[in-house]
Ligand binder design. Sequence first.
Ligand code: SF4
Ligand code: SF4
Length: 316
Amino acid sequence: MKKVILGSTGMEVSPLIFGSLPMGPLQAGRSPRDGGRLIRYALERGINMIDTAELYENFGHIREALDGYRGRCFLASKTHASDAETARRHVERALRELAVDHLDVVHVHAARVADPIVERRSVIDALLQMREEGKIAHVGLSTHYICAVRKVLESPDIAVVHPLINRRGMGILDGTTEEMAAAIAEVAVAGKGVYAMKALAGGNLIGEARMSLGFVRGLTGVHGVAVGMLSEQEVDANIALFSDAEFDEDQWRLLEGGQRHLKIMERFCKGCGACVPACTNFALDIVNGKARVDEQRCILCGYCAAACPEFIIRVV
Ligand code: SF4
Ligand code: SF4
């Protein structure tokens, strides 16, 4: 895979970035050993950047992958903190559990905050302070809002943007795919590094994976795409796609034939409603005392699973 430069960060990254969310406890629940083995497989085949987050609970998987690895691997994490002290705790936990001395990018993880530059000011300041201390190389913003992407134009401190975009616009909170694409192009021209998330809408577009990934990868200003992967076949297929190389058609058909769903174990649901505000896409409701998902809105991000005190939500 030909490397690309992630905006003015100068980071030379693979355009296919390993999205680690699906392997962790919010989704597939792979063990750190199994997950680590798969990430290592990907690293040894040319992927050189991993995207994670405090919320994903998978630092152990990544640490396993990096154990004894001699290549350069860029690490991007995220903090969903709304105050400086918690943000610092999140970064320090990541450093400790990943066993690294710095993180290449730490995003303000504010998917449904329309103006994170204002509303997460104390978090941004804390991250900038940790950048001064050498714990973070670059501060980023992870968002589902077009207006938040545009806000980054006014914020010289934010070097990397991690926006949600896919062909169908699923999960974009304030406009269309075309409007998000235009905002991405603008911030890239301004020197921001951009790597996209949810190009497959959390698995909803798996049936048209090649077309959907090709669409996002081809957008002006998109330097990379974080893609969640759970098997060596997926890694191989995606590396081939991002290298413009041939790949076995039958294998692609198999991969594109697999669908994913949000499973709520209704029998055990207490109807407490804790999952409802955790959903950035307003896809959850309580109906007759039980949580119910609107599959048209759900992007299979798994954030509701983290909010459920009964641990009965899974992306399967
Ligand atoms: S219902 Fe859950 S998995 Fe689906 S979009 Fe909402 S938070 Fe994400
Ligand atoms: S948080 Fe869990 S137990 Fe509570 S309503 Fe949602 S699914 Fe049910």
